[in-house]
Design a protein around this ligand. Structure first.
Ligand code: ADP
Ligand code: MG
Length: 749
């Protein structure tokens, strides 16, 4: 029986199968058919021969203009030089040594596909001895098998390798599809989308979709095939996630009813009104915690939207009923910040065991990797016996040695730094599954949340607490001395007015390999790095001896000793430091409301989301925040706030456009989408030739919002009807297979 799991060697022969396997890791018929064309060439289309880069392996469609044979100058034999052109008139030279028969094929006027590596000779781009496939003409419609291969109007172009060119893949695909279509063939091509659903959604069946994505008879057929295959990707992914979520909901958890002395006392003494979002999300969480199944909730909210407060109220609900809560932060700086602000917010409600403490008070512990052994022992002791209701820490909490008396809630701040594995490790510390609240300030587009965090309920805080004025951001060209002077003057004015400021640099600059101070690797690096980026050490020196010599400057970066970091953060929070020169260690969560200005040096070295996160550190209090993005790529001063996102395509360099986008809006969700868009572009360009085995090949998290949302709803319906999906064995089988690989995918993301 022939099917998707049939080995390629059984249908294509050992030699071809080995080549496909070595070059593209294709092993089965299913693998080959899932190697979709990455584009379709059209006869007469503009291939833009002038856009080819030296060294690239390319397949181009072009028309032969002229062919000239010359004797070789230094050795015997003949050189054939063929000029091909695209519609715009750009030309490319093909050279052949001692292949006189090529001259008979490559006659002027013929269209062909040419594949090879682009090189340069005397300023002209050329392909040396490229592989050629000529297209059929009206006069000789079926000249050879190769021509017949591309008789269709849309010619599939595959990501290929030098060993396995695009048309070899096309030929193999045809062989396989013809076999699948042969009459009397016993086929096994199960369709994971049930036929009733296909009818409901107007989707073609799997085999037709595969046929048409590889050999489209028309644009319409291709569109139908793509739609169907996108749906398949979305439905499988969502079914895996919905099942995972359903499974988690069957676990037992200890219910933690709302109310209780410490929670009520805290609400009573809150110095401000909760925002509507904080109240609504708070009510959802309170209801979740009261249930006998574990909560798995993601709380999204822009920096400063008051997530920590929402988390603390959830923590107190659990503590009030005798349970414990752990709050995990990605760095020690952040963990101690949380510890301090929890103490501040709770006041004497955090002073259990001390003289005069209210009866409902609890204990708060900070446990980090740098805690001295004796203190750590005492702290873990209080956690183990339950006198500490709240434990704040880094992932050091995950390692052995910290046991809880009754862990009821895990709050994870800034999820993007935590892997799923770590989440699970912490959950394993509780006897019954604890409730989990994940907080992130990186605004994730809804569809990404639905896919990457699809096993969590999602809540959002969309408004900032009242009385905040949105931060103003400008791009400052580093090369313009007057602007830079003005920038430091402005900072001095801010300090004179009693405020504080940050100066952020991409590097530490102590000669060691850069780690956390570098922009994350996921951020686009669109321009070559010409010189090392500004470092905190150099910048601190320059400012201390130059423009900021009269101010009190502090230094913060990831490689300082924990107690030094702590002391610096404390001094800054208390107002003993005017200007903190820092790396991105201050990116997340650091909360000093009196800091109102941030200068980001070499801002172009950071990605969009990271810049947005960084500037979220200022303007957290009642005063207007100001952020200056200093960039060598800035050129003449731009319109700052007046530049719209739509202008991104209009001639600004990608780097400059990124900075202007950040300057133009404070809408984190808009920026997150833009970030994703740029990143995907990068992915597409980077992976186009690699033939990666991702399960999301056609689906775009950005553009296919509707499909993803509908697929989600359908997955919920199917899993709700029957978790085992027994009525849909083909879907069940593929979901199982994907779930097995999915764990890996989640951890990487
Ligand atoms: P996030 O963690 O979402 O970045 P925080 O919880 O750190 O935000 O809150 C930022 C600041 O706003 C803190 O100083 C906090 O005390 C304050 N805050 C939180 N909620 C409110 C509110 N409803 N009204 C006024 N200030 C608030
Ligand atoms: Mg926070």
């Amino acid at each position: 029986m022939l099917g998707l799991s049939t080995k390629l060697r059984d249908v294509l022969g050992a030699k071809t199968a080995t080549a496909l396997n070595e070059a593209l890791e294709l092993d089965t018929v299913g693998d080959l058919l899932a190697h979709y064309p990455f584009r379709y060439a059209k006869r007469g289309e503009q291939t833009s021969l002038n856009a080819l880069s030296i060294g690239d392996q390319v397949t181009v469609l072009a028309k032969v203009r002229a062919a000239v044979q010359k004797p070789m100058r230094n050795r015997r034999g003949k050189l054939l030089e063929v000029t091909v052109a695209d519609d715009a008139g750009h030309t490319l030279t093909l050279t052949f040594f001692n292949q006189p028969w090529q001259a008979r094929k490559l006659t002027p006027g013929r269209w062909g596909l040419f594949a090879g590596r682009v090189s340069e000779f005397r300023g002209r781009r050329q392909l040396n001895s490229p592989d050629c496939r000529l297209l059929a003409t009206d006069e000789d419609p079926d000249d050879s098998e190769a021509i017949e291969e591309f008789a269709g109007a849309l010619i599939p172009v595959y990501s290929a390798s030098a060993k396995v060119p695009s048309w070899t893949i096309a030929r193999c695909v045809r062989v396989v599809l013809d076999l699948l279509d042969a009459p009397g063939q016993h086929l096994s091509v199960p369709d994971p989308i049930p036929s009733s659903l296909r009818t409901e959604l107007g989707l073609v069946d799997r085999l037709s979709a595969l046929r048409h994505i590889h050999r489209p008879g028309s644009e319409t057929a291709l569109a139908a095939a793509r739609k169907r295959l996108k749906w398949q990707e979305a439905l499988l992914l969502q079914t895996v996630l919905v099942r995972r979520k359903a499974a988690a909901q069957r676990d037992a958890a200890t219910p933690r009813p709302a109310g209780g002395a410490i929670a009520e006392a805290f609400d009573k003494r809150l110095p401000f009104e909760l925002t509507k979002g904080q109240r609504d999300v708070g009510a959802d969480i309170a209801a979740d915690l009261a249930r006998s199944h574990p909560m798995h909730r993601l709380l999204q909210g822009d920096v400063g939207s008051g997530k920590t407060l929402v988390a603390l109220r959830a923590i107190l609900q659990v503590v009030a009923s005798g349970g414990q809560a752990a709050l995990l932060a990605p760095t020690e700086v952040l963990a101690s910040q949380h510890y301090l602000s929890i103490h501040q917010l709770l006041g004497d409600l955090a002073s259990a065991g001390q003289l005069g403490a209210p009866e409902e008070a609890t204990g708060v512990e900070l446990i980090t990797g740098s805690l001295p052994a004796a203190k750590r022992r005492a702290a873990t002791q209080r956690v183990a016996e339950g006198s500490a209701g709240i434990v704040v820490g880094t992932h050091a909490l995950l390692y052995d040695g910290v046991d809880f008396a009754d862990l009821g809630l895990v709050v994870i701040d800034e999820q993007h730094r935590f892997g799923v594995e770590q989440r699970d490790a912490l959950r394993a510390k509780a006897s019954a599954a604890p409730h989990t609240l994940v907080m992130t300030a990186t605004p994730i587009p809804r569809t990404v949340a639905m896919t990457v965090y699809g096993d969590l309920e999602v809540s959002r805080l969309t408004e900032l607490p009242a009385g905040r004025s949105p931060i103003v951001t400008h791009v400052v060209p580093a090369s313009d001395a007057r602007w830079m002077d003005r920038c430091w003057e402005r900072l001095i004015e801010e300090v004179k007015a009693g405020r504080q400021a940050y100066v952020v640099c991409p590097r530490v600059g102590d000669g060691q390999a850069e780690d956390s101070a570098e922009p994350s690797s996921a951020e686009p690096q669109t321009e070559p790095q010409r010189r090392p980026a500004a470092s905190v050490l150099d910048t601190l020196d320059e400012l201390a001896q130059g423009p900021l010599r009269d101010l009190r400057l502090g230094l913060l970066h990831g490689r300082l000793k924990p107690d030094v970091k702590d002391a610096t953060m404390r001094a800054f929070a208390q107002g003993d430091i005017d200007v903190l020169v820092a790396t991105t260690v201050i990116e997340v969560g650091v909360n000093v409301p009196n800091a109102t200005m941030m200068v980001i040096m070499d801002a172009d070295r950071f990605g969009i989301s990271q810049l947005h996160q960084l500037r979220g550190r200022v303007g957290r209090g009642e005063h207007q925040g100001l952020c200056l993005l200093v960039s060598g790529a800035a050129g003449p001063p731009g319109g700052g706030a007046s530049v719209q996102l739509a202008n991104l395509a209009d001639g600004l360099s990608p780097t400059r456009a990124r900075l202007e986008a950040v300057a133009s809006t404070v809408d984190g969700f808009k920026l997150a989408e833009l970030d994703l868009e740029q990143r995907r572009e990068g992915d597409v360009l980077g992976d186009a030739q690699s033939g990666s085995k991702s399960h999301v090949r056609l689906l775009s998290l950005l553009r296919d919002v509707e499909i993803i949302e509908q697929a989600r709803a359908i997955a919920v319906r199917l899993v709700g009807d029957d978790v085992t999906l027994s009525d849909h064995p083909a879907l069940a089988a593929e979901v199982e297979a994907l779930a097995a690989e999915r764990g890996e995918y989640l951890e990487k993301s």
